[in-house]
Design a protein around this ligand. Sequence first.
Ligand SMILES: Cc1cc2nc3c(=O)[nH]c(=O)nc-3n(C[C@H](O)[C@H](O)[C@H](O)COP(=O)(O)OP(=O)(O)OC[C@H]3O[C@@H](n4cnc5c(N)ncnc54)[C@H](O)[C@@H]3O)c2cc1C
Length: 425
Amino acid sequence: MGVAMEKRDRPRVVIAGAGFGGLAAARTLAHSPVDVFIVDRNNYHTFPPLLYQVAAGELEPGDIAYPVRTILRKIPNARFSLGDIRGVDLEKRVLEIDGRSVAYDYLILATGTVDHFFGVQGAAEYAFSLKSLEHAITLRNHILGCVEQAALEVDAATCGRLLSFVIVGGGPTGVETAGALAELVQGPVRKDFPRLDLSQARITLIEAVDRLLPTLPEPLGNYAARRLRGMGVDVRLECPVARITPDEIYLQDGTVIPACTTVWAAGVRGDPQAEASGMPTASRGRVAVEPTLQVPGHPEVYAVGDLAYFEEHGSALPMVAQVALQGGVTAARNIERQMAGQDPQPFQYQDRGTMATIGRNHAAAHAFGHNFTGFPAWLLWLSIHLWYLIGFRNRFLVLINWARHYLFREHAACRILPSEPATSE
Ligand SMILES: Cc1cc2nc3c(=O)[nH]c(=O)nc-3n(C[C@H](O)[C@H](O)[C@H](O)COP(=O)(O)OP(=O)(O)OC[C@H]3O[C@@H](n4cnc5c(N)ncnc54)[C@H](O)[C@@H]3O)c2cc1C
């Protein structure tokens, strides 16, 4: 494995991951006397908060993906490299990518998280994830495929299984996905399959604790449950999952729910490569960083975003985009301080609020110290997501698709698209 050892006039900052945290760091370093080298397994930046809308056929995958190289045109000291990161050699100070190694003077790790299945039998094999664009496309194809099969099915029980969608996890992703699937079934599916008996369709949201949206104030969780139930979603609280099979889901209380689709939105853990590379980890494999976001014992290495475990006022910061964006900026500024011979500064998170949309017209938001629900919260959610989406084209397309959905209850992207390479046969 060759190490990139070319002579360097300026310090090299290697950024692992072109998500929110990695790109925020690269932007902050745009005018610093460093060479920035950013690596990601995809040549695009994904906007995860809207993945569920791709899965529900509301948006096209390209609407929430933006080419990293296009973003970097405005950052002249940055280079991008496509590749799968395999680990970090902290002693040699190299990032290992596929068959090559890249030497760094400073390293910012921003590779995020992977699914965590809490040992639930069958979850890794049979539940659908919603962590990447690839997952969202796979899930969309599967859901639409199930509806097509149901339209041909004569056996009522099989038809019921095909039209039963279970979402595990009552956090923002689970709540938003449940609302979007309810609207998919009651909107485009109802219109496009007039002969399909939709009385058999069932959307179930399962949460292990006693309320939805556990990271938001309790009244917002209660509001989300009421609203989803009003949309026909079967919300089940205090129902830990025991086992998942391709067409059934077993709860710990003995209930069995027939369903050909189980979506896993119940938990994540830090990218396991950080732990494997010898970094100290805290809860769920996230890197236990210093208050400055440095990795203990390695002042030249930072971890930011979902990968970093950082406590403030006795509790861990949430895994949300704002924490990643602000962490990326802090890590980059601390590197600049280190180069200037100054001490890095502690990370100070400015909480700008948390929110979840619950179908058309409704959302639950906690922002500026207040709770918002209904249409005002939905407008807030809409504006913030449009603002943070990268690229004029993507914002425009998302806005058009949302308007179409709002006015006509139409989903723009209900297509089963090929996700495997074509064969010549
Ligand atoms: C479905 C979903 C909905 C969400 N909704 C919201 C929301 O509404 N509001 C909110 O604030 N937050 C939301 N989040 C959380 C938010 O997306 C994350 O907190 C944020 O993306 C974290 O940023 P990050 O930079 O740490 O990691 P990410 O944005 O996950 O970026 C990690 C990057 O690293 C790359 N990468 C990972 N491993 C490797 C590897 N081995 N090799 C090469 N590249 C690699 C990935 O391709 C990715 O580009 C949601 C997350 C999901 C999954």
